[in-house]
Design a binder for this molecule. Structure first.
Ligand SMILES: [Ca+2]
Length: 474
């Protein structure tokens, strides 16, 4: 048992519990890292168990020893602290059950934890944020890869760089991007920079794997490349007509969300869901929504919008969802959306602040894009490269490239070794084996590209053919 002095360290300032338990956070991060990579996390599991037990014990001891008047004030906080400790332990047990594939125990614990979650999110403020964060992470944990990504822009001019960022789960060990129509169509980098040379609307695919499985995200018509994007994007909402579900005061009306100033805001605090709708005055091209929340106007970060949705409409009646955010903490949000035309853009505030405060505070609502109903480029259609039908044809292609001097003799030899195996499994109709060997054929191509055995052009040609065969057999 730890000393009482240690327990009382959980009482800080006005609240109970530590704002930032840095060491505990570090242990949690190490735990997630090891668990995700299927390494032994016994040390971290023991430390976390001890930490959660310690929180429960601290709450009990404080309740017993505090003078009556202090206790009256903080009794609710102490109950909450205890609940956090108990649920931290539950979360840890749940994750381990999931990881060890004890499905019944996992389902039971998850159900319990989910039903406890509302009580942990509301009521007395306890600043043990670390444990609450851990509980939420535990509920999101999946040993299988979960793939996702962010992008810096969805509307660019030809040859303008786009920065992609892999945001897949820690459990995702290998990734592969496909940028059809881009200058370089394949990448295994975490955060590749991508360039498109020609106008068009392009798809993006990200596949993630680990030894337990794979996941993928495909976004069709995701990147729009047009010469029109050479000029600066405009804030289409600036000074436009805007309406809101309600306003806190005359000086905090909806128009202050589109006046271009972070000194002024729209505030809404009625009981219903807060909404803001801006009329862009005509059909425009929208590609990005920038919002400046409470903190951007100098208020506490706890007042930043936690959850919101953004929708668009051509007629002001039928709206389409563009963005759904459930866990924002930032002062400024920047949501990239695949280019879309519309006239009315609506913000729905699902959770106005980080806590119980129901007032929405939006200092600026910026709808970025191109002015007017301009003509967008056509959807990208890959030219008609002749794709092979089977390993034998791919073999012939490799030999042809060898003859042309595009691949040296040793390079041809190693590729043909793979293709011979693939041909064998094709004949036996063993799809799994065909795909597996095509994957190692692709790895060989990557190795050859890296070692300058083949050019980027040959690499892409063979890669595209290998992918086509994989798609056929999957
Ligand atoms: Ca403003």
């Amino acid at each position: 048992m730890k000393t009482f002095a240690n327990h009382s360290s959980r009482m800080t300032g006005k609240g109970i519990g530590r704002e930032d338990a840095e060491n505990v956070r570090k242990t949690m991060d190490q735990f997630w890292e090891k668990l995700s990579k299927r390494k032994d996390a016994t040390k971290e599991i023991n430390q976390l168990n001890e930490e959660f037990a310690d929180i429960v014990e601290a709450a009990d001891i404080l309740k017993e020893k505090l003078p009556a008047e202090t206790l009256e004030e903080s009794s609710e906080n102490l109950d909450k602290l205890k609940l956090l400790g108990e649920n931290g332990k539950l979360a840890l047990d749940m994750v381990l059950a999931k990881n060890n594939q004890v499905d019944d125990a996992y389902k039971k614990l998850k159900k319990k934890l989910k039903s406890n979650l509302p009580a942990l999110n509301r009521g007395a403020r306890v600043s043990e944020k670390t444990v609450l964060a851990f509980i939420k992470e535990a509920l999101d944990f999946d040993p299988l890869p979960v793939v996702s990504f962010d992008v810096s822009k969805t509307l660019v001019a030809p040859v303008e760089k786009i920065q992609f960022k892999n945001t897949s789960s820690l459990t995702t060990e290998e990734i592969e991007w496909t940028f059809k129509g881009a200058k370089v169509e394949h990448s295994t980098a975490q955060n590749p920079k991508v360039v498109y040379e020609k106008e068009g609307i392009y798809p993006v695919k990200l596949v993630g794997k680990n030894p337990l499985g794979k996941d993928k995200v495909v976004r069709q018509e995701y990147i729009t490349v047009t010469d029109l994007a050479k000029s600066e994007k405009t804030n289409l909402a600036l000074g436009k007509e805007i309406t809101a579900s309600s306003n806190c005061a005359k000086t905090e009306k909806s128009q202050f969300a589109v006046d271009g100033s972070t000194q002024t805001k729209w505030c809404a605090n009625d009981s219903g869901t807060h909404k803001l709708t801006v009329d862009l005055g005509g059909t425009n091209v929208v590609s990005e929504i920038v919002m400046k929340h409470a903190e951007a106007g100098g208020e506490p970060s706890s007042s930043n919008t936690l959850a919101y949705r953004i929708q668009i409409s051509k007629d002001g009646k039928n709206f389409k969802d563009l963005v759904k955010v459930t866990d924002n903490k930032s002062a400024v949000t920047n949501d990239q959306i695949p280019v879309i035309k519309g006239r009315y853009v609506r913000l729905i505030v699902d959770k106005p602040t980080q806590g119980d405060d129901n007032a929405a505070r939006i200092y600026e609502f910026e709808v970025m894009g191109l002015e007017g109903d301009v003509e967008l480029p056509p959807k990208y259609e890959p030219g008609n490269p002749r794709l092979v039908e089977n390993a034998a044809e791919l073999n012939a292609l490799v030999e042809q490239l060898g003859k042309e001097g595009a691949i040296d003799e040793a390079g041809v030899h190693s590729l043909i070794l793979h293709l011979t195996a693939i041909n064998h499994y094709e004949n036996k109709q063993l799809a799994d084996k065909v795909v597996k060997h095509l994957e190692s054929f692709k790895q060989m191509l990557e190795y050859q590209l890296k070692n300058a055995v083949i050019s980027e052009e040959v690499y892409h040609n063979l890669m595209m053919n290998a992918d086509a065969l994989i798609e056929k057999w999957q």
